[in-house]
Ligand binder design. Structure first.
Ligand SMILES: *Cc1c(COP(=O)(O)O)cnc(C)c1O
Length: 431
């Protein structure tokens, strides 16, 4: 980044002014922001600058009351809670379709809240990775999240292929951090006859790069491959149109930008053209059966023609409840408004760091269309720098050897948070 430095301490009033004109600022009050004291092991005082919503989102204040309500209904009603609860458990999962479909750009019938992310990747690959002797390769990013690497390698091995041959890892050009769309498309075209599946993290967890999902989906499909997207770092972060882009499937977790708590119930998208295709093989359970026939307890599976078809079990109500609280806030704020604020917050962080933190560079693309809220900053000093930030109540995360990932989240982070982060980092680097 440019070498010019400015004194960030003098720019606090600017951040305060930006917050004053932020129409979404009231949403911060809907969350518990962890206390600086709790994080540093001191009595609780000020709140932290919490920049790890890309890892575990903050708890919506409404969660506790909603979970207590389910606990009460369970205590009061027992099994009758399935039908007579205030929010009956039998249909509880249905209320997630609308809000989730708005976040991924799909029809309500194309999404389902279920399981956890890696489990969903496997379930969907059971259907959409059907390798043949000629077409068996899986394309992922070289910097894919480890669980995704393990998932695709184990799928290839389960089908009798050597993962070293079957898994194609896309690497950036020498000296570059991100993958160029044209290079991704060229790799897919080169492997057109042998690639069965392209499975990429829509927003890469490490670099924060947001891929051109429309172009890559189109390129992979015209090469005869299936396309799945891992939305772990994309959902609730960037706007998407999975249905129109014609993706085959997607899966995500709900504890990052969706703020639904540690290990929260994840989700999946399956394009409607597949939901209706009864010839597709799948792993099945009773919750994927047509609900009209579910309780006939028949032995033959009658798949419901929606993404629910891939659900196996009745959902864990207590674990789903936090997601309900969080999705209500997304609907209140609306994704376009959140994205607009997000673009400004991240650009603000980038400009403060560039102007005031000498020696810091970024792995994340500078083009807002190629990133979400996260910046992956390469910092001098590596881990000790992160530890000093933590000691000052700035919560960001660290990836070896020297990357600090900082994600200003538009639902609850402020311009002042971003200023505090940059000003603190600048002071630490100066010492
Ligand atoms: C966070 C994350 C995971 C985590 O997987 P779980 O099954 O939820 O534990 C997997 N893949 C990616 C890309 C992630 O960012």
């Amino acid at each position: 980044m440019a070498a010019m430095t400015t004194d960030l301490a003098a720019r606090e009033t600017e951040a305060i002014a930006l917050d004053a004109e932020d129409s979404l600022r009231a949403l911060r009050g809907e969350f518990h922001i962890p206390g600086a004291g709790a994080i540093r092991g001191l009595p609780d005082g000020d709140s932290c600058v919490y920049l790890t919503g890309n890892s575990l989102g903050c708890q919506p204040r409404a969660v506790r009351g909603l979970v207590e309500r389910e606990l009460e209904d369970w205590a009061r009603l027992g099994v009758e809670g399935h039908l007579k609860g205030r929010d009956p458990w039998l249909s509880y999962h249905e209320q997630f379709r609308g809000p989730l479909s708005r976040l991924v750009g799909a029809g309500a019938h194309e999404v389902v809240a279920m399981n956890s992310l890696t489990v969903n990747l496997h379930l969907l690959m059971a259907t959409f990775y059907r390798p043949t002797a000629a077409r068996y390769r899986i394309v992922i990013e070289d910097s894919a999240f480890p669980s995704d690497s393990y998932a695709v390698a184990s799928q290839a091995a389960m089908h009798g292929f050597d993962p070293g041959d079957a898994v194609v890892r896309l690497r950036p050009r020498a000296g570059e951090q991100g993958l160029r769309t044209e290079d991704v498309l060229a790799a897919i075209e080169r492997g057109a006859g042998s690639i069965a599946l392209v499975l990429l993290g829509a927003v890469n967890y490490l670099t924060g790069q947001w891929f051109d999902m429309a172009a890559i989906t189109a390129g992979a499909r015209s090469a005869g491959a299936r396309v799945g997207w891992d939305l772990a770092h994309a959902i609730g972060n960037v706007p998407m149109r999975l249905h129109d882009w014609d993706a085959d499937f997607a899966a995500w977790c709900s504890y990052k930008y969706l703020n639904a708590g540690p290990g929260a119930v994840a989700g999946a998208f399956v394009h409607e053209r597949h939901c209706r295709d009864s010839s597709l093989p799948q792993l099945a359970g009773w919750w994927g059966n047509d609900p009209a026939a579910r309780f006939r307890m028949a032995s033959a599976f009658e798949p419901v023609p929606r993404a629910d078809r891939w659900a196996l079990s009745n959902p864990p109500i207590l674990s789903l409840t936090p997601l309900k609280a969080s999705l209500a806030l997304f609907d209140r704020a609306t994704l376009p408004a959140l994205r607009a604020k997000s673009v400004r917050l991240t650009a603000y962080m980038e400009s403060l760091v560039r102007g005031g933190c000498p020696g810091v560079s970024s792995l994340t693309p500078t083009d807002p269309a190629q990133r979400g809220c996260q910046l992956s900053l390469v910092v001098p000093g590596g881990r000790p720098t992160l530890e000093r930030l933590t000691a000052e109540g700035i919560v960001a995360d660290f990836r070896e050897p020297d990357v600090i990932r900082a994600a200003p989240v538009p639902l609850y982070n402020s311009f002042h948070d971003v200023w505090r982060f940059a000003a603190t980092l600048a002071r630490i680097l100066k010492d």
